[in-house]
Write a protein that binds this ligand. Structure first.
Ligand code: NDP
Ligand code: HSE
Length: 443
């Protein structure tokens, strides 16, 4: 069989030359990246075409004892490590936005390729980072930034580059899926499930990013940008988390045949004038039990892609944790290192389509509204009229005896978000409605 990997283009170091790695961060992800870089080193040499050598590891506290790592490799000066002449590829697994932005820009401008798992950074500063990588002619890889081990970034960048993506949706945050799954299947409390997800290394350094949906929103921004060839940033994504979801919501959903999942949904929309726009949003969603997303348990992620020619594709796998994330990081390290040895660059992100981001209010959705109402004749007619006035029809209505009056659970047919939101405001103002307990969208 012919081996092609000896080819070296103009800007390659040449077959057999070592590739120097600067590892920034040695936490949940960095420690696994370091361990596997050593364990698979002989294989990586073959795959890359030259030895892959770690030059140093930046941490916040170099005096802390670390198992399996020579103390002389550790440094608190990440900037100096990046600038070393024998460093070719910088791996950023520190987290946060401002400091890693500084480091990644410095690395790219110094001609180093960068691999990062940092979705918050990429979703906030993608244009600036891509420009710096282009100007320096180096690679910027971020496979691990979305859904950890699931190779969805590479799939959108390469495999589906010849298709037209209509929709990308799914579960992209392991921590919140772990929490919702534990609350539903074992009756665990929200607090206990979050503590366990943190202990297992799934949660962000500040888990607010997980539970308030920010982490999933960053991932949605990245997926939408890649899928629609349009820059979508974190600020463009409508974002609601799971911190308001109660055990009662989960029980009610369960009784009605649904699981509650935090979904990221990225859609291409076509207006009445034929003009296209895009939309990206993250919110808790009721998923019918028979839908494949309902059975995605623990910290697993699953992503559906609908493309015009390919049809529907589903990707499933480990969405968080040190080991699965290290797999994605190391795939990128091998790619970036190979390009350093043989020359050439990875496929770039292309935002040529530059579609407008549609207002969230225009999104079509369906609501599941759980409310506490007066237990008197005619209440149902009053409530129904609020929907009818806005031209929204009801799919199901369920009434139960409540502690204080009756509990009414209504599922609507599809309408725009702004109309449905207006209906909820109107319901809250009715004398007959004691409280709107929860409003959850349906998939
Ligand atoms: P951790 O908090 O576990 O680790 C962070 C590491 O960065 C630590 O080693 C820490 O040093 C180091 N660090 C912090 N500040 C500095 C600094 N100023 N200079 C140098 N080093 C510093 O984070 P994770 O490993 O969980 O996450 C890292 C990145 O990977 C984040 O962007 C996260 O979003 C992303 N990611 C995480 C996943 C996961 O499942 N955990 C999955 C996918 C992506 P020290 O050891 O001294 O404290
Ligand atoms: N905190 C993230 C999650 C890590 O729970 O999904 C993986 O990106």
């Amino acid at each position: 069989m012919t081996e092609h990997h000896n080819t070296t283009y103009g800007n390659g170091k040449g077959e057999g030359q070592p590739v120097g790695i600067a590892l920034l961060g040695l936490g949940t992800v960095g420690a696994e990246v370091f361990r596997l870089l050593n364990e698979y080193n002989a294989d990586f040499t073959q795959r890359v075409g030259g030895p892959v050598e770690v030059r140093g590891v930046a941490v916040s506290d170099a005096s802390k004892a670390r198992e399996g790592i020579a103390p002389e490799l550790l440094t608190e000066d990440a900037h100096a490590l990046i600038q070393r002449e024998d460093v070719d590829v910088v791996v950023e697994v520190i987290g946060g936005i401002d400091y890693p932005r500084e480091l990644v820009l410095a690395a790219l401008r110094a001609g180093k390729s960068v691999v990062t798992a940092n979705k918050a950074l990429v979703a906030a500063h993608a244009d600036e980072l891509a420009k710096a990588a282009d100007e320096a002619g180096v690679d910027l890889y971020f496979e691990a930034a979305v859904a950890a081990a699931i190779p969805v970034v590479g799939m959108l960048r390469r495999s589906l580059a010849g298709d037209k993506i209509q929709r990308i949706s799914g579960i992209v945050n392991g921590t919140t899926n772990f929490i919702l799954d534990a609350m539903e299947t074992t009756g665990a409390s929200y607090e206990d499930a979050l503590a366990e997800a943190t202990r297992l290394g799934y949660a962000e350094a500040d888990p607010t990013a997980d539970v308030e949906g920010h982490d999933a929103a960053s991932k949605a921004a990245i997926l939408a940008s890649l899928g629609f060839h349009t820059r979508v940033t974190f600020d463009d994504v409508h974002c609601e988390g799971i911190s308001a979801i109660t055990a009662e919501d989960i029980q009610a959903a369960n009784q009605a045949g649904y699981s509650i999942k935090l979904l990221a949904i990225c859609e291409r929309l076509t207006g009445e004038d034929g003009k296209e726009s895009v939309n990206a949003r993250v919110h808790p969603t009721l998923v019918p039990k028979e839908h494949p997303l309902a059975s995605v348990s623990k910290s697993f992620n699953a992503i559906f892609v609908e493309a015009e020619a390919a049809g529907s594709l589903m990707f499933y796998g480990n969405g968080a944790g040190g080991n699965p994330t290290a797999s994605a990081v190391l795939g990128d390290v091998v790619g970036a290192s190979r390009n350093k040895v043989h020359g050439g660059r990875a496929p770039e992100e292309n935002t040529y389509a530059n579609l407008p981001v549609a207002d969230f209010g225009q999104t079509q959705t369906r609501y599941h509204i759980d409310m506490q109402v007066k237990d008197r004749t005619g209440v149902l007619a009053v409530i129904s009229s609020v929907f009818a006035e806005q031209g929204v029809s009801l799919r199901t209505v369920r009434q139960e005896e409540g502690k204080d009056g009756a509990r009414l659970i209504v599922v609507t047919h599809a309408a725009t978000e702004s109309v449905l939101d207006g209906i909820v405001r109107a319901l809250e103002g009715l004398d007959d409605v004691h409280a709107v307990n929860s409003v959850i969208r349906l998939s």
